[in-house]
Design a protein around this ligand. Sequence first.
Ligand SMILES: C[S@@+](CC[C@H](N)C(=O)[O-])C[C@H]1O[C@@H](n2cnc3c(N)ncnc32)[C@H](O)[C@@H]1O
Length: 324
Amino acid sequence: MASGWTPSNLSELELADGEAYHRALYHDGSAEHPTSWHGNSVAHLIDLAVPHIHDGALVVDYGTGTGGSAIELLKVLDARGISINLILIDPLVSWFYKAREILGERHNIHFELSITEDENGNMRFRTMQEMLGEQKVDVIISASTLHLVPEKALPDLGTQFASSLKPDGIFVWNSGDIQSSLCPADAALLHDPYRMVRAHLRDDTLRMTRMEEMGDDEASSFERRVDRIFPIPYSIEIILDAFDSAGMNSQLSSHVVEFTSEDAERFILVPRLAAIAAPLHEGDERDSAVKDAIRAVLVKMRAEGTANEVAYRSHWVYGFHKLA
Ligand SMILES: C[S@@+](CC[C@H](N)C(=O)[O-])C[C@H]1O[C@@H](n2cnc3c(N)ncnc32)[C@H](O)[C@@H]1O
């Protein structure tokens, strides 16, 4: 049985959100059947990490979500007979509960919810040191998460990672949503289609009508919140600077991963992500607007050369860091 955080009092909407994200990664919700984009994007990350993972190693998955990266890592390690202690970390209960549901029966897995309320009642991220205590880690992986960390928080996160690693420990990550000169002209960033959906729906007549039901102040802070679902991607240099300042060496590689049109539609209909169409009402009103928009966006991407008839091409960067 796993240890650490356990979910409680989740609403039906939160449960549905985690289930939908899990199903955006796994066909029919079966951990045996990853979608091609999830399987392919995380496989390269695992290839980088596994040579550094030995029997008994302490491994952290930073940004576990519904468990997609941890599930794939454990499949590879199980097949090789390598047993590890794994610490899973995430701030989002509506996705993290699903990881606990899938992996909670395994031994040697520990769950840490990475947000907490401060003394003024505001939410804040817990530091690695708060979550790990005295433990030092052999390998930190972080799949599809770094681009969600605000730019100004990255240097401190780099320092936290550097001081959590054993002297020969490594940190490996991937992201499909980082700007870099490595991106070929016929590929897009992972979230480009969804930012295009947001742009497509921004002036949608029904959405505008719903917006008018809000006061001006409320409307502008609402729009800012919606824009944060798929933030404007920053450049790879920002990440490299953060880890360099924290005393780590960096090696980069990249891969193009095809994301099928059906998978893109399933992905953007995950309730937390479909909220880019808010305040259109949740349910049919929002979902049908999102479906129409993603279909129109994919047609546009085909014309621009970043998608073909069945998929768009997403460009993924992989970072590998050791203490200098
Ligand atoms: C796209 S999911 C990736 C989940 C998992 N690693 C996978 O590969 O399926 C990104 C995760 O990052 C978490 N996250 C979002 N903002 C974050 C932040 N500022 N710091 C740390 N984690 C964050 C989210 O809760 C989410 O579960």
